[in-house]
Ligand binder design. Structure first.
Ligand code: FMN
Length: 472
């Protein structure tokens, strides 16, 4: 049987073929096979009719038919690429996969093929392929090339223009934008050679997502080198493809976030406050907005500027913060990162308090402020599906946070050490533990110290996974 050369078709025909394939949830090869079979039987079936019969969901837009070439190289994070394929296909991207020889040591071509809908490509010299899928066609017949995970080895080969296997040959021959999701041991990532290669690749116009700081798949290893989460990679893909399907992982979700300290007035010029800078809450708002959420940020008094694309509500006191939070509901998720003052003065002075010459300081009576986390967690109606609290502790961080989770009735607690040594208050880094309620037991995940942006991205990716259903 003769082979078919897709690259000889006009760009217009290729585009229509690709749209038709995406509408039917098939690879281009499968679509060609169907067309040939239909033609031979002289019984053409319209793509949409076939799709409707299969009960497939049509892609939201023409852009949804974008073809992605995913290259999986041989890193331990390759298992996450299976979820990445699933996430991309959910958004109606057509995904064609190339696996390096090393990648096949970590995930099987069969698993990749089952998820992508077509057999992955593995060999540069494949004489037995039914279709003419040369490396040049693989390189050209796509809108974006994604390398996830990108190993140190593959980055080195790319930086130096190697083409000794299918992955590197396709990468060298492509005219498409390349998105890399590096993943490797932290020592490999910080090695001067890798950093030199990264610099070369960035100068060549390659775009990167991650790596993130965090625990590595190898036990006991932590640092920068962890592959970006699949949903972060999807967001980067959508950004590069001009919005892609227009659907981001948190599209259509409303997230209310509180941040910063509260100021509890003593008199018109004095107040009780704390050292919270608001940086962590603002970073979460930014990360959630990047993943497409509709974000309301209720902020106490901080020196930070507005977060673009986020609805800002600026408040002073705990009572104002509760009011603004309740007014922002309903929401799918509420994240309470603000350091709300526990107490306020019982009688706020209407005028500035004066020394009375007796040498005696005034007595300040305190009353408890409303508990915003507990109030929202216990709402009968309008309770967000996921309520996340923060626990700033100076000792017995996990023990106190577990108790807080129970007491407040929230779903997750992000606990951090705000002792002088912990340094989270006002600083740029944060070491947190994510405590979630699973039945009677509380599950604890300790994330290593990372930037507040890193914590925010990791938390928001976890929330997106929670809302979109568990990964396989
Ligand atoms: C258990 C194991 C895990 C590995 N994990 C990684 C990794 O996460 N990142 C990386 O750059 N290399 C990793 N390597 C090394 C690569 O597999 C090796 O450099 C290989 O040649 C990469 O080939 P490729 O770039 O063609 O896929 C790992 C090796 C082993 C044995």
């Amino acid at each position: 049987m003769g082979s078919l050369t897709v690259r000889n078709l006009s760009e217009d025909v290729k585009k229509r073929l690709r749209l038709r394939a995406a509408a039917n949830g098939r690879s281009m090869e499968e679509e060609i096979r169907v067309l040939l079979a239909e033609g031979a039987a002289e019984a053409p079936v319209a793509a949409k009719a076939a799709s409707a019969a299969k009960g497939d969901k049509a892609p939201a837009t023409a852009a949804a038919a974008s073809q992605i070439l995913l290259i999986i190289s041989g890193g331990i994070a390759a298992y996450k690429s299976l979820d990445l394929i699933r996430r991309l296909r959910e958004r109606h991207y057509a995904v064609r996969v190339v696996m390096t020889k090393a990648a096949q040591e970590f995930v099987t071509p069969m698993a990749v093929g089952a998820l992508s809908g077509e057999k992955p490509f593995t060999d540069l010299f494949d004489q037995h392929s039914e279709f003419d899928v040369g490396h040049i066609r693989l390189a050209r017949d796509n809108d974006l090339v994604v390398v996830a995970p990108a190993t140190a080895d593959l980055m080195a080969k790319m930086a130096n223009g190697h083409a000794d296997d299918l992955a590197t040959a396709a990468l060298l021959a492509t005219n498409s934008k390349i998105l890399l999701a590096p993943a490797m041991n932290p020592a490999m990532w910080t090695n001067k050679a890798t950093q030199r290669n990264l610099k070369t690749l960035l100068a060549d116009g390659v775009v990167t997502v991650g790596p993130n700081k965090g625990e590595m798949a190898e036990s006991g290893e932590a640092g920068t080198g962890r592959m970006a989460e699949p949903l972060e990679i999807v967001a980067a893909v959508e950004k590069l493809l001009g919005g892609g399907t227009g659907e981001k992982p948190l599209s259509g979700k409303h997230i209310v976030i509180t941040a910063g300290p509260t100021h509890e007035p003593i008199d018109p010029v004095r107040y009780i406050a704390n050292r919270s800078s608001g940086k962590q809450g603002y970073a979460i708002a930014r990360a959630a907005a990047e993943l497409g959420a509709n974000v309301t940020l209720v902020s106490g008094p901080v020196t930070l500027g507005d977060v673009p694309g986020v609805k800002m509500v600026r408040v002073e006191s705990a009572r104002d913060m509760l009011k603004a939070t309740e007014a922002a509901l309903p929401a799918d998720v509420a994240i309470f990162a603000a350091a709300v003052a526990d107490w306020r003065t019982a009688n706020e002075g209407e005028q500035k308090m004066k020394k009375d010459g007796s040498g005696q300081p005034p007595k300040l009576a305190l009353v408890e402020n409303p508990d915003i986390l507990a109030t929202v967690s216990k709402l009968k109606s309008k309770r967000p599906a996921l309520v996340v609290g923060f626990a700033a502790e100076t000792e017995k961080v996990i023990e106190h946070a577990k108790a807080k989770l129970k007491r407040k009735g929230c779903d997750w607690i992000v606990a951090n050490d705000v002792s002088a040594e912990g340094g989270a208050m006002g600083g740029d880094d944060n070491a947190v533990h994510l405590i979630s309620a699973t039945g009677m037991e509380a599950k604890v995940e300790s994330w290593p110290t990372q930037s507040k942006d890193g914590v925010a991205r990791q938390l928001v990716a976890r929330i997106a996974t929670e809302l979109n259903g568990k990964t396989t």
